[in-house]
Design a protein around this ligand. Structure first.
Ligand code: TRH
Length: 375
């Protein structure tokens, strides 16, 4: 059992939902393991749907305002600076004053983005001296999530596999007004994406021919994915009825997991939904968050070679992340790539991958051990 500590997790929402999604999952996971957590966020609005009930043990805090005093707060033991968000100086100054008055300095964690690139193993756990500001001379520690034992691992709640085992797919689909009978004759495809150039040709192909002969029910997540699909399928059905779009409301993170568990094929984006899709152990296609200098393509390659994905799945990843729409011949290949045999092979691979990743210690366990060691 780890010592109960007071954690201060700081997170700024840049755009999209991944930063907050990860910070919330971490805060909640630590709280369920007996830790006291304050989560400081500059824009918590998305938590209204991501985490409508809040979580026991997590205090949601507004990002500190200029001039705010922290004297009334209980002293913090661990600072987590998520994704280089820069903790306000006044907060650090207060921690330093407490230290000057005799308290131990907080263990300061620099939580980084998830990547399968080789630098992650090299940099995970390294110190980073604080050079300026009120806490000059202290150090922060780099903490890198990752896919190998030499990294900080992936967020995985202790009850996750138990919940998956007892998941009632039919009941969940019904709760979303999706008839389970029709689901048996269809391929259920969840769609969480930005606006990939391949989207329109892919949907046109499915509308024409279905997916390897089967009809496709697209479970479209709210927000950008829904906006992009609505432009292509204004109603709920394409004219051929081989493709049906079902528009989902904003889901809680718990129901977002359920969506991934219920679907036959998951299109995900960003880093948090990728990890959740890995735990779902279904065939997945990842749309990586695009960066101006194309650095995301290296990150995508590193991920694909890390997980040793089947050839057809790799091709579809390239197509889905390409900056231009696919050629007609690439689309023809796609039907083959997504046929029942290929999807079966992907599913086997996904299950083996989940088993392998489960052998690795999860991120919260590693973080708790790391803080024990460094405090
Ligand atoms: O929203 P994202 O695209 O976030 C991205 C990445 O985090 C990326 O690294 C970052 O740099 C960029 O934003 C700015 O995708 P991601 O990471 O998958 O996060 C989505 C979160 O939203 C995830 O926690 C799941 C959650 N979600 C729900 O809980 N319910 C929903 O209905 C939907 C659509 C998402």
């Amino acid at each position: 059992m780890n010592r109960r500590r007071q954690w201060d997790i700081f997170c700024k929402v840049i755009d999209n939902y991944g930063d907050l999604g990860v910070a919330w999952r971490l805060a909640k996971d630590l709280a369920t393991r007996g830790q006291a957590v304050r989560l400081w966020v500059d824009d918590a609005s998305a938590l209204a749907w991501m985490a409508p009930g809040g979580a026991l043990g997590v205090d949601l805090m507004a990002w500190p305002a200029p001039g705010q005093s922290f004297e009334q707060l209980t002293s913090g033991d661990v600072l987590v600076e998520a994704f280089g968000c820069d903790i306000p100086e006044a907060f650090i100054a207060q921690a330093w004053q407490r230290h000057a008055a005799g308290a131990a300095p907080p263990c300061w964690i620099n939580l980084e983005y998830l990547s399968a690139e080789t630098y992650v193993e090299r940099c995970h756990g390294l110190p980073s001296p604080v050079l300026g500001g009120p806490a000059a001379g202290w150090q922060k520690w780099f903490f890198y999530p990752g896919f190998t034992p030499a990294t900080g691992g992936l967020l995985r709640e202790p009850d996750l596999s138990g919940r998956q085992l007892t998941f009632d797919r039919r009941a969940w689909l019904l709760s979303q007004q999706i008839s389970a009978d029709s689901a048996a004759n269809e391929v259920l495809v969840s769609l969480f994406c930005y606006e990939p150039p391949a989207l329109a040709p892919l949907l046109a192909q499915w509308a024409r021919a279905g997916l390897a002969g089967r009809t496709v029910r697209l479970l479209v997540t709210a927000g950008r994915a829904a906006a992009a699909v609505r432009q292509l399928i204004p109603g709920t059905q394409s004219t051929s009825s081989r493709l049906t779009a079902h528009y989902l409301p904003w889901l809680s993170q718990t129901d977002f997991d359920h969506l991934l568990w219920a679907s036959d094929l998951n299109f995900v984006r960003g880093e948090d939904s990728l990890v959740r899709a890995l735990w779902a152990a279904k065939p997945l296609i990842w749309q990586i968050y695009p960066q101006d200098d194309n650095a995301h393509l290296l990150k995508l390659d590193a991920f694909l070679s890390q997980i040793g994905t089947p050839d057809s799945q790799e091709k579809l990843h390239q197509l889905w992340n390409a900056p231009a729409p696919p050629s007609a011949s690439a689309l023809e290949d796609l039907d083959q790539a997504l046929g029942p045999a290929a999807l079966g092979q992907w599913t086997d691979h996904a299950l083996a991958l989940r088993t392998a990743l489960e052998r690795q210690q999860d991120l919260s366990t590693q973080l708790l051990q790391f803080v024990d060691k460094k405090s």
